[in-house]
Write a protein that binds this ligand. Sequence first.
Ligand SMILES: [Ca+2]
Length: 151
Amino acid sequence: MKRKIASAMIGALLLSGAGAAMAGSASAAPHTCPSGNACLWGDPSYKTGVGSGATSRWIKFERKIPNLASFSYAGTSVNGANTASSIANNGTAADPETATAYFYVSPNKGGASIRLPKGQVSGDLRKASGYVPVANQFNDNIESAYFSAWR
Ligand SMILES: [Ca+2]
């Protein structure tokens, strides 16, 4: 009896694992930040650490994070302060201004910031890009993040 239950559970786990893998490969999105959120990852290319599930090791928010030191990337013990190397804004607010996300180099909206419009990303904060004005200024330096409606 015990064995039957165990094998049934393994079957269920395998099924859910296969479903997750299919969903991942079917999506062309460069990141996995949940709809309605903005996300940060500890490494470039929208991931934190190595191995399976790394792309879901994010810090995500729907409103604001005044101090990333209070957060770790999901499933890790890596602290969020001064560690992010890629970011994405998957906000869904209809008003483009409300849906814009801001990332700051100090807690509580302090210091220089990245203004990241709805749907935009930076896959490697070590490099300057359309929304990252200066190379390396923000890599391993972000300490707070807000959607514009919550600033
Ligand atoms: Ca900083």
